[in-house]
Design a protein around this ligand. Structure first.
Ligand SMILES: Nc1nc2c(ncn2[C@@H]2O[C@H](COP(=O)(O)OP(=O)(O)OP(=O)(O)O)[C@@H](O)[C@H]2O)c(=O)[nH]1
Ligand SMILES: [Mg+2]
Length: 308
């Protein structure tokens, strides 16, 4: 009798900014691992979610939105997408079907991404996301349009927000998963540290609460992440700096009598408490670092310098 082979693989989520890749990663993981927001280019680094099932392990890689980059940070984001695509056994191309339904052709950037994928020779599953807010009659024409554009291994309509279609997607992924080792110890969830997650949760609130150029021009560094209580921790103490480009941005981030920074801090504290499972004491500072998105030293400190 032959033994059943263990299956595993890296499944990279790619697509335009705001398509819902991070929302899908969180839905797959069943927890809030990657930050999400209505602002494009929310994700800056690859975030992994590891899912174990009997006889298989799936490692999902959420990537930044595919875009034209004009800063060093943007170029680093593009090279992290390229690496995730090279590492992938399966690619999920995630698209916002509710936007695509009104357009007569695929966006040029998505077309460019498909051309790159074509050279990789890997199964690409198209995820038509946000079907919860699309006109159902538009689905078939949209599927036809994508079918003509690329030889997808499968096309799955889905709502990352409410999980509809997730089982179909997982069934399709299992079908294409190659034989392979268990890459991560059983029950690993992600490779992000709590310190990195805390920085992202603070940035998520900046993205949700500020507008115009502020969200893109902001980065967060956690300078201190300490825990008290043993063996069961009773509190985490987090001290973080929000970096921005200009004095005027600093003013907006702090707000009238500190009101904006207070709002960011209150919401971020709640998210960190949920992640850590205990109360959090959070201290936030704002510092101006002009042109930080083009400064290799600052990007390195922030963990955003992926190229050598
Ligand atoms: N209605 C609806 N909204 C969704 C769905 N999936 C994601 N969204 C929303 O779309 C917006 C973008 O979602 P993200 O998951 O941050 O998108 P992303 O592709 O990771 O974006 P980048 O990180 O910028 O590339 C958020 O406001 C989500 O709540 C969905 O299935 N239905
Ligand atoms: Mg994202």
């Amino acid at each position: 009798m032959s033994e059943i082979e263990f299956k595993s693989g890296f499944i990279s989520l790619a697509g335009l900014p705001n398509a819902g890749k991070s929302t899908l990663l969180n839905q797959l993981a069943g927890m809030h691992l990657a930050i999400t927001s209505p602002k494009p280019q929310t994700t800056r680094q690859v975030v992994r979610a590891i899912i174990d099932e009997p006889g298989l392990q799936m490692v999902f890689l959420d990537t930044p939105g595919y875009h034209t980059a004009n800063t060093r940070l943007g170029k680093n984001m593009l090279s992290s997408i390229a690496a995730a695509l090279t590492d992938a056994d399966i690619v999920l191309l995630v698209t916002d079907a509710s936007r695509a339904q009104t357009a007569s052709r695929l966006p040029a950037t998505e077309q460019a991404l498909l051309e790159r994928l074509g050279k990789l020779d890997k199964p690409v599953i198209l995820v038509l996301n946000k079907v919860d807010i699309m006109v159902k009659e538009q689905l078939l024409p949209l599927i036809e349009r994508y079918n003509k554009a690329y030889p997808f291994a499968a096309i799955i309509p889905l709502s990352a927000r409410n999980g509809d279609g997730l089982d179909d997607l997982l069934a399709e992924i299992r079908r294409h998963l190659p034989a392979g080792p268990q890459y991560y110890p059983l029950d690993s969830v992600t490779d992000l540290t709590e310190r990195e997650m805390a920085a992202e949760l603070i940035r998520e609130q900046v993205l949700l609460l500020t507008h115009a150029e502020i969200p893109h021009g902001t980065a967060v560094e956690v300078e201190k992440f300490e825990e008290t209580g043993s063996p069961q921790r009773t509190q985490v103490r987090v001290s973080a700096v929000i970096y921005c480009d200009k004095d005027s941005h600093k003013g907006i981030l702090i707000g009238k009598q500190g009101s904006m920074l207070k709002a960011i801090g209150t919401q971020a504290r709640l998210s960190i408490e949920e992640m850590a499972g205990c109360p959090c004491f959070l201290e936030l500072f704002v510092k101006v670092r002009p042109g930080w998105r083009n400064r290799r030293d600052i990007l390195r400190t922030l963990g955003l310098e992926t190229r050598s």
